[in-house]
Design a protein around this ligand. Structure first.
Ligand code: NDP
Ligand code: GDR
Length: 374
C-alpha cells in the first residue's frame, strides 16, 4: 500500500452522499473504506460501479459490514483502518420516518456519532484522524431568523433533528475537550438523480416522469407550502472534503442562499417535460391540473388532475422555511455551487425519464414494475 495515499472511512457509504463522496475521494487518490449494513437484499446499487473484486490486488475501495448502533464493530473497524479522515454520514435520515422510529433514530443518529468520536479517542487517534459530522439545516427547525447561519439559534422540530442536535454538540464537545479535529457541516437539503425515492424532490421527479410516460395518472404530496434551500449533492460532497482540509476545525453552513416552495418544485419539474400546471383549491383540497402540454412526445390531456394533497404526508411538527447563509464557507473555503435549482431539476428529470422508460419497456413486455407512493 502506498503510504502517501490518504485513507478515508465513510459511514453511510451506500447512501446518496456516501456514493458521491466515495467517487470524489477515489478520484483524489484516496483509499476509501465504507461501512455498509447487512440487508437481506443487495443494498449497494449506488456504489456498484465502484465495487472491486476482493480477489484482485491494489484495491482502493473496501466495504465492511457494520452498524452505527454497534460500538465494538466501529472500534474494531477504526482500529483496523487507521483512517486519516472519517466522514460520518450514516443516519436514519428521513424526518417523517423519525416520528415513527424516534428511539432508533436517537440511537443511530445521536449516539452513533458519539460512538465514532469515542472510538477515535479510545484508540488514541485524536491527533491523526479528522472527523466530519453530517449535521443539518433541520437543527434550525422553527424559524428564529432568516437566512440561517452558523450563529442562528437551533429549534429542532423532529426526533431526527433532536438526535442530530445531540450529534452536533457532542462533536463540538469532543473538539473542545480532547483537541480533536472534528467539524459539523450544517448542510441544507441536497438532492440528485440518486436521491432516496421517498424524499420530496425525488418523489416528484419520479412521479412526473411516470405521468408524462403514461405509467401513472397522478400522485400525492403533503405540505406544498414548505420552503427549502435545495442544492446538488455533487457540489455538497466536495464541501465535506474542503471542510476537513481547512486549517482550523470549525462548523460550517453549506447552502445555496435561495429558497423554493415544494409547489414550485412540482411546477418546475412538469415544465421540464413541457407541461404547464394550474393549481386550484387550498390546503388539503389543493390539486394540480394540466393547463397546457407543449411536448408532442407526452400526450397529457388538458385539465387532467395530476396532483392531490394527502394529509398523511403532513408531519406532526413542520419546518416551514429554510434558507441558508453560506457567507462563511464562501469567504473562507471558496464555496460555490456549480448547479442552481433549474440545473438540478433538469439533471433529476432527465435521469428519471430514462429510468421510467426502462419501466415502460418492462411493462410493454408483460413484466410488473414497482411503484411506491410513500
Ligand atoms: P441517505 O438516507 O441516502 O443515506 C444514509 C446512509 O446511512 C445509508 O448508507 C444507510 O444505509 C446508512 N445507515 C442508516 N442507518 C444506519 C445504521 N444504523 N448503521 C449504519 N448505516 C446506516 O442519506 P444522505 O446520503 O442524503 O445523507 C447523508 C447524511 O447527511 C445523513 O446523515 C443525513 O442525515 C445528512 N444530511 C443529509 C442532507 C440531504 O439533504 N441529503 C442534508 C443534511 C444532512 P442503507 O443504504 O443500508 O439504508
Ligand atoms: P427534509 O426533506 O424533511 O427537508 O429532510 P423531505 O424531502 O423529506 O421534505 C422536504 C419538505 O417537503 C414536504 N413534503 C413532503 N416530503 C416528503 N418526504 N414526502 C411528501 O410527500 C411530501 N409532501 C410535502 C415536507 O413536509 C418537507 O417540508 C431532508 C433529509 O435529507 C434530512 O436528512 C436532511 O437533514 C434535511 O433534508 C436537510
Amino acid at each position: 500500500m502506498d503510504n502517501k495515499q490518504k485513507i478515508a472511512f465513510i459511514t453511510g457509504v451506500t447512501g446518496q452522499d456516501g456514493a458521491y463522496l466515495s467517487e470524489f475521494l477515489l478520484k483524489k487518490g484516496y483509499i476509501v473504506h465504507g461501512l455498509k449494513r447487512r440487508s437481506s437484499l443487495f443494498n449497494t446499487d449506488r456504489i456498484d460501479h465502484l465495487y472491486q473484486d476482493p480477489h484482485v490486488n491494489n484495491r482502493n475501495f473496501f466495504l465492511h459490514y457494520g452498524d452505527m448502533t454497534d460500538s465494538t464493530n466501529l472500534i474494531r473497524l477504526i482500529k483496523e483502518i487507521q483512517p486519516d479522515e472519517i466522514y460520518n454520514l450514516a443516519a436514519m435520515s428521513h424526518v417523517a420516518v423519525s416520528f415513527e422510529t424516534p428511539e432508533y433514530t436517537g440511537n443511530a443518529d445521536g449516539l452513533g456519532t458519539l460512538r465514532i468520536l469515542d472510538a477515535v479517542r479510545l484508540l488514541g487517534l485524536e491527533k491523526k484522524t479528522r472527523i466530519y459530522q453530517a449535521s443539518t439545516s433541520e437543527l434550525y427547525g422553527k424559524v428564529q431568523e432568516v437566512p440561517q447561519s452558523e450563529t442562528t439559534p437551533f429549534y429542532p422540530r423532529s426526533p431526527y433533528a433532536v438526535a442530530k442536535m445531540y450529534a452536533f454538540w457532542i462533536t463540538v464537545n469532543y473538539r473542545e475537550a480532547y483537541g480533536m479535529y472534528a467539524c459539523n457541516g450544517i448542510l441544507f437539503n441536497h438532492e440528485s438523480p440518486i436521491r432516496g425515492e421517498t424524499f420530496v424532490t425525488r418523489k416528484i421527479t419520479r412521479a412526473v416522469s411516470r405521468i408524462a410516460l403514461g405509467l401513472q395518472d397522478k400522485f400525492y404530496l403533503g405540505n406544498l407550502d414548505a420552503k427549502r434551500d435545495w442544492g446538488h449533492a455533487k457540489d455538497y460532497v466536495r464541501m465535506m472534503w474542503m471542510i476537513l482540509q481547512a486549517e482550523e476545525a470549525e462548523d460550517w453552513v453549506i447552502a445555496t442562499g435561495k429558497t423554493t416552495a415544494v409547489r414550485d418544485f412540482v411546477r418546475m419539474s412538469f415544465a421540464e417535460v413541457g407541461v404547464e400546471l394550474d393549481f386550484k383549491g387550498e390546503g388539503v383540497d389543493e390539486k394540480g391540473y394540466v393547463k397546457a402540454c407543449n411536448n408532442p412526445e407526452f400526450q397529457l390531456e388538458i385539465g387532467k388532475e395530476v396532483l392531490c394533497v394527502d394529509p398523511k404526508y403532513f408531519r406532526p411538527t413542520e419546518v416551514d422555511l429554510l434558507i441558508g447563509d453560506p457567507t462563511k464557507a464562501r469567504t473562507k473555503l471558496g464555496w460555490e455551487c456549480k448547479y442552481d435549482l433549474p440545473a438540478l431539476i433538469k439533471d433529476m428529470m432527465q435521469s428519471d425519464i430514462k429510468l421510467m422508460q426502462k419501466d415502460q419497456y418492462l411493462k410493454d413486455g408483460g413484466y410488473n414494475t414497482l411503484n411506491y407512493f410513500e
